[in-house]
Design a protein around this ligand. Structure first.
Ligand SMILES: NC(=O)c1ccc[n+]([C@@H]2O[C@H](COP(=O)([O-])OP(=O)(O)OC[C@H]3O[C@@H](n4cnc5c(N)ncnc54)[C@H](O)[C@@H]3O)[C@@H](O)[C@H]2O)c1
Length: 264
């Protein structure tokens, strides 16, 4: 397995990043990686206690870090946090809209309330982050926005209807915003993770799989072309690349990071 050890380059020296859903899982790995590459961080999450743990990792990398407890589904909270990030850390060069939820259930069994809640977090949350940061990035004529979608944003899956629909929507928002922001010097891309372990979402999905008599992520590992499940670090490395000048000529893309599970 080669998902962990690496020596990060200093591609993000002097940059400032805002990461939603940074308390655990993929968001924590993203925050840590951006810090290791030189960025100062603001972390935005409903889970303040775990977000403070992530902040320790960021500070251990020698970078400044501020935690704000908040809900991506509430635009006012996101806007206040974005504005205070600009005030306290000086700017936002990188916006990572990562917070998400993935309750399982067939469409027939999903209540209207549960469906709307998935959209409230996964779609409204991304829209709120993009909208709040857009004027700042347009004024500075630079910026990188990275939205975390999923390989379920490109193919439908049994028992994941609301989640799939929300992740398809993230790709639509990403492509439209990429067109709108291109003339303003802002790149907007999405990352589509595959089966990523060591996250809260994966633990919940595996518990559900066991309950329904289905295979867990590890039990499905042999079906992944690269022969292993993904780790949060597999995603954070690609996010750091998209946040860097190395990806200056990329916008509107939805990059699969799936070990080959999906190839389009
Ligand atoms: N784990 C996977 O296999 C996988 C696969 C594809 C896509 N993704 C996507 O990656 C992203 C991160 O997922 P993860 O697996 O790390 O999940 P996770 O459950 O480990 O982390 C999600 C984070 O988002 C936060 N969050 C949830 N609702 C929030 C809200 N309303 N406001 C602010 N913060 C909120 C949680 O507190 C948590 O810190 C999600 O968008 C998810 O859909 C994950």
């Amino acid at each position: 397995m080669n998902g962990g050890a690496d020596r990060p380059p200093n591609r993000l020296d002097g940059r400032t990043a805002f990461v939603t859903g940074a308390a655990i899982g993929i968001g924590r790995a993203i925050a840590t990686r951006l810090a290791q590459e030189g960025a100062d961080l603001m972390l935005f999450d409903i889970n303040q206690a775990e977000a403070e743990e992530t902040a320790h990792l960021v500070r251990a990398a020698g970078r400044r870090c501020v935690v704000i407890r908040g809900d991506v589904g509430d635009y006012v909270q996101v806007k206040i946090a974005v504005d205070s990030c600009v005030q306290v850390l000086g700017s936002i060069d990188i916006m990572v809209n990562n917070a998400g939820i993935s309750p399982m259930g067939t469409i027939a069994d999903t209540s209207l309330e549960d469906f709307r809640n998935v959209f409230r977090v996964n779609v409204d949350g991304v829209f709120h982050g993009c909208k709040a940061v857009a004027p700042h990035m347009m004024e500075r004529k630079s910026g990188k926005i990275i939205n975390i979608s999923s390989w379920f944003g490109k193919v439908g899956k049994h028992s994941y209807g609301p989640y799939c629909a929300s992740k398809f929507a993230v790709i639509g928002l990403t492509q439209s915003m990429a067109m709108e922001m291109a003339a303003h010097g802002v790149n907007v891309n999405a990352v589509c993770p595959g089966t990523i372990v060591n996250t809260g979402m994966r633990e919940q999905a595996d518990r559900e799989a066991v309950r329904l008599g289905r295979l867990t992520a590890r039990q499905r590992e042999s079906g992944i072309p690269l022969g292993r499940v993904g780790l949060p670090q597999d995603i954070s490395r690609v996010v750091a690349f998209l946040a860097s000048e190395d990806a200056d000529y990329m916008t509107g893309q939805s990059i699969n990071v799936t070990g080959g599970l999906l190839m389009h």
